[in-house]
Design a protein around this ligand. Structure first.
Ligand code: CA
Ligand code: CA
Length: 397
């Protein structure tokens, strides 16, 4: 799928658009334990939620990738913006607040009717023009008032192009920000994770998506050290293209900062500084929600998997920052019997061995019960094999 993202910061109009390809996430192969002690962090004050708390929150605030409308957008004169259904709006909102809950910042962002109207009208305007732009031109036959609404929407929002849903735009676009034109600032992510955000609005017209971010009703909050990935991190929300970031809330000196990233499962280390890095390294002091963002992306990462643990140590700031990140699967990966993040023939073989009575197997039985009848039987293996053979089978339903 092709996509485009545009980035913006407060009081500045936009500069560029980027056309890139979304790559799929490939997980690394490993089996590891899922039980860890509580961790201490330093130089940051975001909340830390446990795996259980995050799972419970996600369950209580469900979301879907369906898009439906109360009124369809009309892309022909005299034009109308259309209105998304409350189901679609609330799905996007729930997902946004889930991301914020994971990040340990306020997760009570609400929908604002005016922001939603602006965001929706903005996506209609972009769809009419056939271009994703923060400063779109006026279609000759469009009413000036409608155009101004749309313009206000596009110039105050994260924009996306090519995403099938608002949830996908947030997850795969705005919090990813790993493409060449966004990685040096991760501006969309910082707006999504802006601690002071209180209200937002969403829009979607065809493949154009929008999330209003210039919230003027914000409440002052004191979070600093907002990190992504978060300290307890669902694998579903982070992939190999995703850069790591930490927003300090104050200007950071690029020349002084040193980051050491350690993969605790093996001891492998990556270092990042202005004099050289084992990957990509940036500092951005522009105002995307908060100033002072340190960004790094390690080379040679195939993906992030349940049980992966990392340590981050940052020096050269007002005070040293140190924290750990442990990844976990928020949702059961049905069919992934050996817990390596993918479903393939190795999983079917392992399930067959289990059913044949082999002992001492490392097997995730919960993930093997793909027909959800409470037991692992040959019926589950059959479904996995069908899935692998390309049949239209959904595991875990
Ligand atoms: Ca597997
Ligand atoms: Ca079963």
């Amino acid at each position: 799928m092709k996509r485009t993202l545009i980035n913006l910061k407060k009081n500045t109009v936009i500069k560029w658009a980027y056309l890139g390809t979304v790559t799929s996430i490939i997980a690394i192969s490993m089996i590891s334990s899922n039980i860890y002690p509580a961790q201490a962090s330093q130089g940051m004050n975001v909340e830390i939620h446990t795996e259980e708390e995050i799972k419970e929150y996600a369950e209580k605030h469900s979301y879907s990738e369906d898009t439906s409308y109360i009124e369809l957008p009309d892309l022909k004169a005299p034009y109308s913006a259309g209105r998304l259904s409350s189901d679609s709006l609330n799905s996007a909102l729930n997902f946004l607040n889930l991301v914020r809950y994971v990040a340990g910042i306020p997760y009570n962002v609400q929908l604002d009717d005016e922001y939603t109207k602006l965001a929706q009208t903005g996506t209609m305007l972009n769809a009419v023009n056939g271009k994703m732009e923060h400063n779109p031109s006026k279609p000759a036959d469009m009413d000036e008032e409608l155009y101004q609404l749309g313009y206000k929407g596009t110039s105050s929002s994260n924009l996306g192009w090519g995403y099938g849903s608002l949830v996908s735009a947030i997850k795969n676009g705005w919090i990813e920000d790993g493409d060449a034109n966004n990685i040096d600032r991760v501006g969309h992510r910082r707006w999504v994770l802006n601690p002071t955000m209180k209200k937002t609005g969403f829009g979607k017209t065809g493949i154009y998506t929008s999330m209003y971010v210039f919230d003027s009703t914000f409440e002052k909050t004191d979070q600093y050290g907002v990190v992504w990935p978060a300290q307890v991190m669902p694998t579903e929300l982070f992939g190999k293209r995703y850069p790591w970031s930490i927003s300090m809330g104050y200007n950071v000196d690029y020349e002084s900062v040193n980051v050491k990233l350690t993969y605790e499962n093996t001891g492998k280390v990556w270092n990042f500084s202005s004099s050289g890095s084992d990957g990509e390294f940036y500092v951005d002091n522009q105002w995307y929600g908060q100033p002072g963002c340190i960004i790094f992306r390690p080379d040679d990462i195939l993906g992030y998997n349940d049980g992966d643990r990392f340590k981050v140590e940052i020096s050269g700031l007002k005070e040293n920052v140190e924290y750990e990140v442990k990844f976990f699967d928020l949702y059961i990966k049905y069919g992934d019997a050996n817990k390596d993040g993918i479903v393939n023939s190795s999983d079917a073989v392992l399930m067959k061995k289990y059913l044949a009575g082999y002992k001492d197997l490392e097997i995730n039985l919960e993930a093997c019960d793909v027909n959800l009848d409470g037991v692992v039987t040959s019926a589950d293996v059959v479904l996995v094999l069908k899935k692998l053979a390309g049949y239209d089978v959904v595991l875990g339903k």
